[in-house]
Design a protein around this ligand. Structure first.
Ligand code: PGA
Length: 258
């Protein structure tokens, strides 16, 4: 499975930071990684980021409405993100779940809306520190998968991002054994839900990924990519993650298929 290296800019980025998009895209062309590359940016930057990337890598959104259109002031639909140049969207990030009260059912509806509009959804799951300490990680992630994935999973091009909340922005990364155990469990849950489609879905790891730890994480079984917050904001840091991958042998095909 071709890995996916995805960035999540969160609420960072003005027009001045589009030069980082350009620099990342230039690296992708100069040294094609053995991975698909995606940067998810705030909605205000989507159009300009997609123009800047100019097909050299993929650009995505960070959230979308579950609704198609209507009286939802301040929201934007998956079709609007696509119209602005996105090919993918993150849904159910823990920061949306925490600050906006998003439930598994809401996340599933958003993932469904994304796939209906032709966007690949990256559905985020992950346990809190308390759940981790209580030994409930696998149970929590299993429940989140069941509740947060759209019913038409087999057709949706959806990926899962496992992001333990205690690892996000903290510099604390689970051990390789812990990541491998959770990803194996996620794969099992996906296959129970969607058989072959579950076997083929990408499972990303996210939480304090940097150029220093990416190589070991990406080498783990059932880790099909990474979702990167802080280290995606600057091309120099993001390039360090890309360099953790082996060079792409076929330099002819660009990693923009999501
Ligand atoms: P981080 O964020 O890489 O800064 O820990 C990851 C995320 O929240 O997606």
């Amino acid at each position: 499975m071709q890995p996916l290296i995805a960035g999540n800019w969160k609420m960072h980025g003005l027009a001045a930071q589009l030069s980082e998009i350009d620099a990342i895209a230039a690296t992708v062309i100069a040294r094609p990684p053995a991975a698909d590359v995606l940067i998810c940016v705030p909605a205000t930057l989507l159009f300009r980021a997609a123009q800047t990337a100019a097909g050299r890598m993929a650009i995505g959104g960070e959230d979308c409405s579950a609704e198609v259109c209507g009286a939802f002031t301040g929201d934007f639909s998956a079709a609007m993100l696509k119209d602005a140049g996105a090919t993918a969207v993150i849904v159910g990030h823990s920061e949306r779940r925490k600050h906006h009260g998003e439930t598994d059912a809401m996340v599933a509806a958003k993932a469904k809306a994304a796939s209906r509009s032709g966007l690949s959804a990256i559905v985020c799951i992950g346990e809190t520190e308390a759940q981790h300490r209580a030994g409930n990680t696998l149970a929590v992630c299993g429940e989140q998968i069941k509740g947060s994935l759209p019913a038409d999973l087999a057709r949706s091009g959806t990926a899962i991002a496992y992001e333990p909340l205690w690892a996000i922005g903290s510099g604390h990364v689970p051990t390789h054994d812990q990541i491998a155990e959770v990803h194996q469990h996620i794969r099992k849950c996906l296959m129970e839900l969607a058989a072959c489609a579950g076997a083929e879905m990408r499972i990303l790891y996210g939480g304090s990924v940097t150029g220093d730890n990416a190589h070991g994480i990406l080498a783990l079984e059932n880790v099909d990519g990474v979702l990167i917050g802080g280290a995606s904001l600057h091309a120099v840091d993001f390039d360090a993650v890309l360099r953790a991958l082996p060079d792409r042998l076929d330099r002819g095909s660009l990693p923009t298929q999501l």
